[in-house]
Design a protein around this ligand. Sequence first.
Ligand SMILES: C=C(O[C@H]1C=CC=C(C(=O)O)[C@@H]1O)C(=O)O
Ligand SMILES: [Mg+2]
Length: 437
Amino acid sequence: MDNLRSLKARLNTKINAMLCSKNGSELGCLQESIAFSADLLGWLKMQSCYPQFYWRSRNPAQSDSEVIAALGEVRRFEDVRQANLFIQAQPFTLIGGLTFDGKGYFCLPRLLLQQHDNHLRLSLFWDNLQDWERERQALLQVLQGLESCAALSAPEYPIRPLAAKAEAQQWCSWVEKALQYIERGELNKVVLANQTAFVSSRPINPIDLLAESEKCNNGCYHFLFARSAHQAFLGSTPERLYLRRESHLYTEALAGTAAMSEDKEFNRQQGEWLLQDSKNDYENRLVVQDICDNLRPISRQIEVGEVSLKQLRRVQHLRRKISAELNPGYADEACLQAIHPTAAIAGLPRRKALDFLAATETFERGWYAGTLGFMNKSGAEFCVTIRSALIEGNKIAVFAGAGIVSGSEPEQEWREIERKASGLLSLLQKRGEQSCQ
Ligand SMILES: C=C(O[C@H]1C=CC=C(C(=O)O)[C@@H]1O)C(=O)O
Ligand SMILES: [Mg+2]
């Protein structure tokens, strides 16, 4: 971490020599890029400033792959409209997203690290309208641990179940109720979820768990959002909400699920079955329909790709890629509001599905099935925060859901959500050199 040590010394000197800029701009920014490949999770583990944010894009092999780590908060926007206006006016990146219910949290962090290939870009922000001495202290403080990096340890947390919000029988009764609504034509689809809580004999380190998940849950976005030291929301999701490059929009319908195991032949057979299964295809097509209908008012040239398989460690999904061209004047405010929450996590018709979920599920979804990512004037990317968990000290609550459509069988849907939850839960016991299964 020598590069970071000398970068820190350089930045400290600059900050101490600086006077509050009176050039009229409200925000100040210092940026540096160095040729360096940082372990941003190991780095984050050593940091004590909050909020903390970590986000790794789904395709690390691609040249535009991105890893982001951020600390602190200089500006906060709870209104997506204000956040969008900000990035239209300022050349900065905001991080954050929307909860399942659409509550916004976007922020300009105090310190932003962006890793592209072998290049690390550091941005420091301050508010010129604040007392400069206070801002200066905050900047020096956020830089304090810049060169520190902790070793990540394999998680070893013997856990015992506290309680699921709904046990199998109750959850299956929710599915039965959903099927009645579907039969009466009040709903086409609703995505029912569950929250299962566990307790460990010692505090669970969210960063160690996420690092293990990054190793094992390939093909996923990895994210962590901790507003304080006492609570972290994290996960590894296969699902993109959207990627925007200028006015080009790339999204997808990810829905319809079969099992995955260590056995290649089993996985191939399951994949083949999934591609031909009409219930799963319908489940996926409703998401396509929902996304396309919602994109139509703000975009043109909507194209839907062929169906393919997205294979993960414990499950595989049907996926149809969708692309569109945003109409002039539309950007992330419009995209987020149009697409989220999709029929892959809420249902169809959306409003009725949301009402059904509010009246049925017995837990708060919070950030589960929300969206997290980043946005700036030229582009944005957000993932859908499924396959996720909330950690508070010794406790972990894991979330998983399944799309209920005509033809759904309650016990099968229950097995589906158990399999989805196991993507994270299976990582809590020490693995050492063991494989990721
Ligand atoms: C809602 C979840 O998964 C969605 C994404 C892919 C497949 C799904 C399904 O087949 O039901 C769900 O729509 C979840 O994992 O909590
Ligand atoms: Mg399903």
